[in-house]
Design a protein around this ligand. Structure first.
Ligand SMILES: *[C@@H]1O[C@H](CO)[C@@H](O)[C@H](O)[C@H]1NC(C)=O
Ligand SMILES: *[C@@H]1O[C@H](CO)[C@@H](O)[C@H](O)[C@H]1NC(C)=O
Ligand SMILES: *[C@@H]1O[C@H](CO)[C@@H](O)[C@H](O)[C@H]1NC(C)=O
Ligand SMILES: *[C@@H]1O[C@H](CO)[C@@H](O)[C@H](O)[C@H]1NC(C)=O
Length: 370
């Protein structure tokens, strides 16, 4: 009943003409936030990590133009406040990293290894780890990853006190297009400060989509040994029995380098590399794996197709800052947001109160954007 009322309201609102940010009521809405800026200048970024703490979206590390270099690996941390709409620079990470494995536990940001640039032609994994406390704007060093387990671009996920780092890259020899995709899997417990070694993935994966639903961790698509070698597989890891499973419904299109975040049972994967139908080789697709139903849902395409970014969820909206607009590296400062259709998510774990709230805050915005 409630969902029918909301559907009717949405149809009514989206029936107004001239709403450029809407495709159809059922495919979700793409929009943008202010570009990433630093000192008032646009600051494109790629291969960074993004996380949410309270109302702040943090963008950490990655590559950017610096000192005459087109793709310098950086330790810069910036945050965007969703209330004030401003970008602020915060304390830099202890090391310059791209493809850093970053997660939030109890409002603290954990950066557990990533790729460091030995030079502009070779990125190598480091296990150096640190934690950032937003209340004091300070980084503290943590125990490094176990030796021989160093990775970047892991499908980093959190359950309670534990950060899981499945798969990833051991290195990228950029000039020779050689990539060290791994199937290794570690976890880090933030309370005990201990690392654990978990069973290897069914196959090597990096740049994958990801999500956790109930007692299962999922790895969606990604790639194995290079950005042209994208895959559509879905792997599931049972967090109780510590066993991997395969045979889930594959991604409708194989994609790697997606920006990924979850709402309820839906694990969203935006963009990515490996599109053979366009010269940029970057996909516009936004598709979600629904772990409750073992199905994929196709949503509206991204207005600006990107790869090499990350995603966070802020009040039911997926936020994707920056990324690359051409395969390899061509950085953008554009921040894209995606709001999935409400009635879809209503069945997937959003409470009726949240749904009502979404409609109330959405209606004026929908009318204003005419
Ligand atoms: C954001 O950056 C893009 C790419 O540089 C540019 O085309 C666009 O005009 C910028 N948007 C705003 C609002 O400044
Ligand atoms: C890359 O990192 C690994 C792990 O830290 C290390 O064993 C290896 O020697 C490094 N490779 C190069 C080329 O520095
Ligand atoms: C990168 O690959 C080339 C070609 O195989 C090799 O000669 C070079 O040593 C590699 N670089 C590193 C740092 O391993
Ligand atoms: C995960 O493993 C536990 C323990 O074996 C089992 O009870 C549970 O059903 C499994 N979960 C799924 C989704 O298969």
């Amino acid at each position: 009943m409630l969902s029918a009322v909301i559907t009717a309201l949405l149809l009514l609102a989206s029936g107004c003409e001239g709403l450029p940010t809407y495709e159809t009521p059922l495919s979700g809405r793409w929009s943008t936030l202010p570009n990433i800026t630093r000192d008032g200048l646009e600051y494109p970024r790629q291969e960074h990590a993004a996380v949410l703490v309270d109302d702040d979206i943090y963008v950490l590390g990655g590559i950017l133009p610096w000192n005459g270099k087109e793709y310098a690996t950086t330790n810069i941390v910036q945050k965007y406040n969703m209330i004030t709409g401003t970008w602020t620079e915060m304390a830099s990470m202890p090391a310059a990293l791209n493809h850093a494995n970053v997660a939030v536990v109890d409002d603290k940001i954990y950066c557990l290894g990533g790729l460091e640039a030995l030079d502009e032609t070779y990125w190598n994994a480091t296990g150096r780890s640190a934690v950032y406390d937003p209340t004091i704007d300070k980084w503290s060093v943590l125990p490094s990853m176990p030796e021989g387990r160093e990775i970047g671009s892991a499908a980093t996920l959190v359950v309670d006190d534990t950060i899981y780092l499945p798969g990833g890259l051991a290195y990228t020899n950029i000039t020779y297009d050689q990539e060290g995709t791994v199937s290794r899997f570690t976890s880090y417990n933030v309370r005990t400060q201990e690392w654990a070694i978990l069973p290897d993935l069914p196959a090597p994966r990096d740049h994958a989509g990801k999500g956790i639903y109930q007692d299962m961790l999922y790895i969606l698509g990604g790639r194995a040994f290079g950005n042209k070698n994208v895959v559509s597989t879905v792997f599931g890891f049972n967090l109780t029995s510590h066993q991997w499973s395969t045979g889930y419904e594959p991604m409708p299109i194989a994609r790697g380098g997606v920006a990924s975040a979850s709402i309820g049972s839906q694990m969203f994967t935006a963009g990515g590399e490996g599109d053979r139908s366009t010269p940029t080789a970057v996909f516009p697709e936004m598709q979600a794996y629904d772990a409750a139903k073992n199905t994929w849902i196709k949503y509206a395409d991204m207005p600006l197709p990107i790869h090499g970014s990350d995603a966070v969820v802020y009040r039911g909206e997926i936020v994707i800052p920056g990324g690359g607009i051409v395969t390899g590296a061509t950085l953008t400062p554009v921040v894209q947001t995606f709001k999935p259709p409400i009635q879809d998510l209503g069945e997937q774990g959003m409470s009726p109160m949240v749904m009502v709230y979404q409609v109330i805050i959405d209606l004026p915005r929908m009318l204003l954007t005419r």
